[in-house]
Design a binder for this molecule. Structure first.
Ligand code: SAH
Length: 391
């Protein structure tokens, strides 16, 4: 295996189990590793620190093992078994609560650069680093071996902007092909578009937050902004909401939201879905709601965009607060990785101040247990939310 030798002192972050090695920490690279090749990491004192995937760029190595390891099928099988075990411990895999869960959450499962979501028999794999892209077929075989008859197919989905060795985008079934794409989450059915939808098809990460909304929805008028395929809307209806409006700027998402409501509540009269920009909707609709949900896409993809994102969160939350009846609730989220919990809270705080209303925090929300975060890699924590009561 090719070797990466670190500069003196740079082994410290590896001792602290941080999974990334930045280019500035490297003294020597032996051989000529190509994008995605396995490499062994050594300290300046020639101590082997572990094994990772090589990549050109600022993050040069993603650590896969903090001791010497051969990256063969047995190694990957161990990782997948551990990942599945956690989802069983969390009462997700095989529990009857849901047949959709995240099976592998990148660094949180010791597999930097790889996401695997499980949708009722279909595993959707998405590589965010070339090393993982290169071994996608090997991983598909390992999944078959571990999940056995629970797995019908494996779909590979290119991450937007990320890719394989040649920057190629590639979508398709690695095994199987006929996917059952109706999932059942806490008794609610959703049709999931594995091939054309956002992320890997569904926002699994909001599962517990949708369930929380259900408990507050009885008799309430609910506005689901950035509603995508109607996840929060279905739960609100299930909780007995008297009216649910879903708003999304994507016509395809709005169509799917209708489909999902119909799947659960045939001929329902309480739900309406609007294909509109949220700011236009806020401006043009005079309605007031008991509950507003704000779950926008990641406004900031990089550090540079962070300030603009914080402004956008403030403006958005200000608009939402204007639409909430006295005593009503705001479920507000951010999934921008570069915006911290404190920064998001500060943006919401500014919006609250501007509203001149009395506002209390009822819940502080986050990503669920099938999106675990390594304590050594806090960068993996991305979803944050607040439930506010607005007097
Ligand atoms: N809450 C959803 C996920 C939201 S994803 C769920 O739980 O499933 C973000 C959504 O915001 C996408 O569907 C995207 O189409 C929509 N969107 C992005 N910008 C928007 C805008 N300016 N106005 C309305 N919708 C927007």
């Amino acid at each position: 295996m090719q070797k990466i030798i670190l500069k003196p002192g740079k082994e410290q972050s590896i001792y602290r189990f941080h999974p990334w090695i930045f280019s500035g920490a490297i003294k020597t690279i032996t051989g000529n590793p190509r994008e995605g090749d396995p490499v062994e990491i050594f300290s300046s004192a020639d101590e082997c620190l572990g094994t990772g995937h090589f990549q050109q760029g600022s993050i040069t190595v993603r650590m896969l093992s903090f001791k010497p390891a051969k990256l063969d099928s047995t190694f990957w099988k161990g990782k997948i078994i551990n990942a599945l075990e956690l989802r069983k411990v969390c009462n997700l895999a095989g529990s009857g609560h849901t047949d959709a869960y995240r099976l592998v959450n990148a660094e949180g499962d010791g597999m930097p650069g790889m996401i695997i979501d499980f949708y009722n028999g279909t595993a959707v794999m998405q590589a965010h680093a070339p090393g993982m892209y290169m071994i996608r077929n090997q991983l598909a075989e390992v999944l078959k071996d571990v999940l056995k008859e629970d797995l019908t197919s494996v779909y590979y989905r290119s991450a937007p902007g990320a890719a394989g060795r040649n920057g190629r985008q590639e979508n398709g079934y690695l095994t199987g092909g006929e996917s059952r794409t109706i999932i059942t989450e806490y008794g609610h059915k959703f049709s999931v578009d594995l091939e054309g939808g956002q992320k890997t098809g569904f926002f699994i990460d909001q599962r517990e937050n949708r369930k929380l909304l259900m408990d507050y929805s009885q008799g309430k008028k609910v506005l689901n902004m950035f509603g995508y395929t109607g996840g929060f809307s279905v739960y609100a209806l299930s909780g007995g909401a008297s009216l649910v409006d879903t708003v999304d700027s994507s016509a395809k998402a709005v169509e799917k939201a209708h489909e999902n409501v119909e799947l659960n509540f045939p001929s329902d009269k309480h739900h309406k879905a609007y294909c509109a920009d949220v700011f236009d909707f806020f401006r043009e609709q005079g309605n007031v709601y008991d509950i507003v949900i704000l779950d926008p896409p990641a406004f900031a993809k990089g550090m540079k965009a962070r300030n603009n994102a914080l402004q956008a969160y403030r403006r958005l939350n200000t608009k939402a607060l204007e639409k909430i009846s006295p005593g009503g609730l705001l479920f507000t989220f951010s999934c921008s990785q570069v915006v911290s919990k404190e920064q998001f809270r500060q943006a919401v705080y500014s919006a609250a101040l501007q509203s001149e209303r009395e506002i209390r925090v009822l819940h502080q929300l986050s990503q669920p247990a099938d999106h675990p975060v390594s304590i050594y890699h806090p960068e993996g924590e991305y979803l944050k939310g607040l439930v506010l009561q607005v007097l």
